[in-house]
Design a protein around this ligand. Structure first.
Ligand SMILES: O=C(O)CCC(=O)C(=O)O
Length: 271
């Protein structure tokens, strides 16, 4: 469970970094699944524009039992419930590869802009847990955030009108901040890049401004991102909904599993 101080920090800054949430055995288990989930071609898999290597995969918590277990662990679900004040379900799950030397930029954006305008999410009562599957340092493209920007509401952005749903996931995002909006948002606040060892978890609000630079290092920076939404904040109907593997419409409270389940008995999913 989060402490009162951690909750207060999240409310004030819009994010909180928790070290040592996953141990080496659990990280080995999670990383051991990556070749298989990155290797499976399909619309849920996005590749980098320049190199054609895997940029990310979406929705694999529905097909891979280890990642299915990950999203149900109490150590992720309980903080999400506490911070959102409600039962939660998984709105979105992805693994961003950000591979050494070829992992590309994520432009500045707010997740809620996509979830509101593409998916019909009524309010920003949602958050993401970024699980560091590798060490994140200043060279391998850490997530950068603007502390306090979750309080701003939704920022005006550049909109790429010709963009389909794939451009909600690619290096050229459909909605991204221009220089004036970024200057305004960062004024007096600056930019922070929370870094940490593999096994750390960054919790961040759906309206927090964030982005990341390319990976200029010889080390991968792979993270899994679980986005939890309050079950009371279920998506409205939209004319052209994104696929289920990007925006889930299963608004059912998530059942947690045993916190030891990732490495117990080789069979992680019991719920
Ligand atoms: O992986 C990253 O560096 C950024 C990911 C991100 O911003 C997102 O998936 O919304």
């Amino acid at each position: 469970m989060l402490t009162g101080e951690q909750i207060q920090l999240f409310e004030q800054d819009g994010y909180i970094l928790l070290p040592e949430v996953f141990d080496e055995a659990e990280l080995d288990k999670l990383r051991g699944e990556l070749p298989e989930v990155f290797g499976e071609a399909g619309p849920h898999r996005v590749v980098e524009a320049e190199s054609g290597v895997v940029r990310g995969v979406h929705g694999v918590h529905e097909t891979n039992p280890v990642f299915g277990a990950l999203v149900r662990l109490p150590r992720l679900v309980e903080p999400a419930r506490r911070l959102l004040g409600d039962d939660v379900y998984v709105h979105q799950f992805k693994i961003n590869a950000k591979l050494a030397l070829v992992g590309e930029v994520w432009e500045w954006h707010q997740d809620y802009r996509f979830w509101r305008d593409e998916d019909g999410m009524p309010s920003p009562r949602a958050l993401s847990a970024a699980i560091f599957l590798d060490r994140v340092d200043e060279f391998n493209g850490p997530l950068m955030v603007v502390p306090g920007s979750h309080e701003d509401g939704v920022h005006e952005t550049t909109v790429r009108d010709d963009a389909g749903w794939a451009e909600t996931l690619a290096a050229k995002l459909k909605y991204s901040l221009n220089v004036e909006a970024l200057a305004h948002a960062t004024s007096g606040r600056g930019i922070v890049a929370p870094k940490g060892e593999a096994g750390s978890v960054l919790l961040f609000h759906s309206n927090l401004l964030h982005g990341s630079t390319p990976n200029m290092s010889p080390s991968n920076r792979t993270i899994a991102l679980v986005s939890y939404n309050s079950v009371e904040n279920r998506l409205n109907e939209v004319p052209d909904p994104r696929p289920e593997f990007i925006a889930s419409r299963k608004f059912v409270p998530l059942m947690t599993i045993d916190d030891e389940a990732l490495v117990a008995n080789g069979s992680p999913v019991s719920a």
